[in-house]
Design a protein around this ligand. Sequence first.
Ligand SMILES: [Zn+2]
Length: 162
Amino acid sequence: MTDAGWMRQAIALAVAEKGRDPANTPIAALVVRDGEIVGQGVNRTAECCDATAHAEIEALRHAGAAAGEMRIEGATLYSTLQPCGMCTFASIWAGIGRIVFGARREDVHEMYFEDRHLSTLDFIADAYKDDIALHGGVLAQECAQLYFRPGDDVPEKMQAND
Ligand SMILES: [Zn+2]
């Protein structure tokens, strides 16, 4: 299947588990190896009161449990939204070879990303270029429709990074 095909499955998972309301953070991730989904997850930070329960971390946890080891060598991680630094580093530790994401930072509201002058993803893409490849913008607009958009007036208390 193509990257777009897997991304469509990730979008379907996000919508099935969390609906289409951006307030419910419908972010989903898949771990795919040898043409099969070996792990999947959606964002559960609010439900689990757990800042690490990002969709990508959930997917890596499931993939590791299914594989019986923490490393899922050579797998691809698909995420509907550009992954944060925590999830990108976790992917490196898990042996993920490639991350493909949908909506990019510029496609969504600034609340989704830490507001720093240096992008974590740019740093990792450069410093770890021999370990992991990063590819964004696959079905970017379809993915971005699940999230608050750049011009949206998002109430302060709903902004996770403030
Ligand atoms: Zn994350």
